[in-house]
Design a protein around this ligand. Structure first.
Ligand SMILES: [Zn+2]
Length: 68
């Protein structure tokens, strides 16, 4: 069996090494600050996406209702 070494990863925000253990309650972020920063960026990304209302209007009813 492999030794129970804690999983290592890197903080997605600042790139610091983070251990997947209770020593890092904000994992995968190194700190709450980095977690909030990442959340903020994520939200900003979402809001930046332009809402295009180019969807075609839904057809009403099924084709059988259409006149020949
Ligand atoms: Zn960090």
């Amino acid at each position: 069996m492999s030794p129970q070494a804690p999983r290592r990863l890197h903080c997605p925000t600042c790139g610091k090494p983070v251990e997947w253990s209770d020593a890092f309650p904000h994992r995968p972020f190194c700190s709450e600050r980095c977690r909030l920063i990442d959340l903020g960026q994520w939200a900003a990304e979402r809001y930046r996406i332009p809402g295009d209302g180019d969807e075609p209007p839904p057809r009403s009813g099924d084709p059988r209702d259409e006149e020949p």
